[in-house]
Design a protein around this ligand. Sequence first.
Ligand code: SF4
Length: 382
Amino acid sequence: MNSITYQQALPFPDRPTVHYNTLGQVPELSGSSNPTLEVIADLYHFRANNYYTRLINWLDPDDPLRRMIVPHEGEQAEWGKADPSDEASITVARGVQHKYRDTALLLCSDVCAAYCRYCFRKRIFKDDNQEVSIDIAHGVEYIRNHPEITDVLLSGGDPLMLSTRRLTEILGSLRSIAHVQTIRIGSKLPAFNPWRILDDAELLTTLSRYSTASAPIYVMAHFDHPRELTDPALACIDRLTHSGVRCVNQCPIIRGINDDAVILAELFSLTARAGCPQYYVFQCRPTFGNQPYTLPLVQSYKLFQNATRVNGGLARTSRFIISHTSGKVEIVGIDEELIYARYHRAKNSADEGRILLYHRDDEACWLDDLVFCGQSHLGRKC
Ligand code: SF4
């Protein structure tokens, strides 16, 4: 089914009035109770609202937005890790990660408006998880004591799920540190509930106050499929932009959601036109529960390549990235024999820019599954 045709057939989607924490609460799923899915939803939390569920074509069991939030039986397969990018190794205090010299990441929220089934941080939604700190005092202190940190990423969970009062305190604290230039907020609220932003004038005032020409706030939006770019979602991006916030989009390639070059190309085109161009496209991380959502690396890269090459301008500027323990590894090319990669960001600064060669393996889903066969370091003296 053509994605745009279906979106246009929908009535103008309205703000959510009901939030669902169990599958049984979703009216469209009543009468089709599946005990296996209930068990999975206990294992990896389910959450949604009736704005997002109204975007789903419930007549289609393979609807991509349904697949975003409704558990799949394949999630039970023993596969993947709790922490596939080994974030534990870069955690310097509760809720504070420091991987790249200039960037600190604060895990300041352990909840999202809905849960993406493929989330690589689904471990933090478990009741006994200790990785998130809503109190960012330690993080602020750490950043204050590290003048090399110029970029702070608020993440989680979804930071925009925090109250506006709390967000104002967090942004105010970070802005009191002179060396913090850019603040990024990772959020899927523009897709899951654009009214979180559209209805909150105080939030927009706060963002406007703390996002300046020389020290901007970015919203790292997370649209996975063109049908998430509804009129309210577009209005949300527009409102953020008019508040002085800069927006970009990033998403993984997920089996059954956006594993189609036409859909991806449309996503890149729509986000660019909306003022929220695609920044990174990620390989789905080998996280537990993610087997049904993961494509082999070569397949993902080909989809990415085919989607970017049909677009122009800002709709073809994104990079295909593996968020590996050792850094952000960009796949730059694949031929019959080799996979060509390059450190876009490296945990070890000596690796920055390093070119990596791997034997092509069409089954491999992650960098660690590939056989390394050489490297080069362009720009270094020979
Ligand atoms: S919005 Fe982000 S953090 Fe939340 S469930 Fe989705 S991928 Fe995970």
